[in-house]
Design a binder for this molecule. Structure first.
Ligand code: SF4
Length: 363
């Protein structure tokens, strides 16, 4: 298959089949990646302008019952120093974030029974009441439908749950037998049915990943039509079974960001902290390859080094205000601006806030 023809088809129709995706990912060199990045950036600018939506990440617990092989806070890592914020700690992060210009808060944590679903609902309710012009995203893993519904009823707007890989055998290479791809996919479909803005995603360069498994990821995203897609390079953590595995490459991550932007032009696409860790200018390059979201850390400084999903994570020693000014400078350096707004998906009909300025449904 001719790579230029595939790129042209992707740009014009926003669609490739699985074999075409695999061929594109196998065959794209530096020149093709540059071409894809230019086209992806143009798509993002056409829809979002030069505005970058900002999400304040609050990592509120690093306890987790699961044991994913790639994760630094997996249950079996006895060296992880565990912590759990209180609702009051979380509200303090929101208050600081609001003053700094954040209008989305992301509560992220492991699957931690110590922070009950009921307490999380009450925390969500309070945040939505106190900061009523803000969106709230949850990223707390797999739950049953009833619990997801209660999160939604409490006011949560969005939910992030990376699928990690859409290939069955590859899923088992990354996760212990207790976790299943079918269950993960079912959670994502359920979240969508309930009405969340849903984010899926995967690591680029994870052990065992191939062009073929990546092609399956892209086809799954095409089917799911998520509102957000989180993609970052795999980065090993020294206290996990994958400690000796090679990290994913910045270039391949950028290529995948461009592919996802061209496949799902309206998607909310973060230039992740992992990308900023893999390369000093990774987030800026991510935006220039089609990303339109950044997710700086709003967690208290005292716990940041304890939420190490991978080694050498950036921004763990900086106050939130420092991160804000650093990021603002980075965005300005590439002629983009920090958007002080919720930044809902353009696919959304009526967002649940009176203060929103979201356009009507466009597709
Ligand atoms: S990736 Fe998520 S579910 Fe898996 S061990 Fe880490 S925090 Fe837990």
């Amino acid at each position: 298959m001719c790579i230029d023809t595939l790129i042209q088809q992707l740009c014009c129709t926003h669609w490739l089949d699985q074999a075409q995706w695999a061929a594109l990912l196998r065959g794209a060199g530096a020149q093709e990646a540059k071409h894809l990045a230019q086209a992806a950036q143009a798509e993002a600018v056409a829809r979002f302008g030069k505005k970058i939506y900002v999400r304040g990440l609050i990592e509120f617990t690093n306890y987790c019952r699961n044991d994913c092989y790639y994760c630094g806070i997996r249950r079996s890592n006895a060296k992880a120093q565990r912590y759990r914020l209180t609702p009051e700690d979380i509200f303090a992060c929101c208050a600081e974030g609001y003053d700094l210009g954040f209008r989305t808060f992301v509560l992220q944590g492991g699957e931690d029974a110590g922070f009950s679903d009921d307490l999380l609902c009450r925390t969500v309710e309070t945040i939505k009441k106190r900061w009523s012009d803000c969106a709230l995203t949850l990223s707390v893993g797999e739950r049953n439908r009833g619990v997801y519904q209660s999160f939604f009823d409490a006011g949560a707007d969005r939910y992030l749950l990376r699928h990690e890989t859409a290939n069955e055998a590859h899923y088992h290479r990354l996760h212990p037998a207790a976790l299943s791809l079918a269950r993960r996919k079912e959670c994502l479909w359920t979240l969508k049915e309930i009405g969340f803005q849903v984010g899926a995603g995967f690591m680029v360069g994870a052990p065992g990943q191939t062009a073929e498994t990546l092609a399956e990821d892209l086809i799954f995203l095409q089917q799911l039509q998520p509102h957000m897609v989180g993609i970052g390079p795999f980065l090993p953590h020294k206290d996990t079974p994958f400690a000796q595995e090679a990290a994913g490459s910045t270039e391949q991550t950028l290529l995948l960001l461009s592919c996802v932007r061209l496949m799902l032009p309206q998607v909310l696409l973060p230039a992740t902290t992992a990308l900023g860790t893999a390369a000093a200018d990774g987030r800026e390059r991510g935006i220039l390859a089609g990303a339109n979201v950044v997710m700086p850390n709003l967690s208290p400084l005292s716990v940041r080094k304890k939420y190490m999903l991978y080694d050498n994570k950036i921004c763990t020693g900086d106050e939130s205000a420092q991160c804000r000014s650093c990021l603002q400078h980075r965005l300005s350096s590439i002629d983009y601006e920090w958007a002080v707004e919720r930044g809902d998906s353009p696919l959304l009909g009526t967002p649940r806030t009176s203060a929103s300025t979201v356009p009507a449904q466009s597709g």
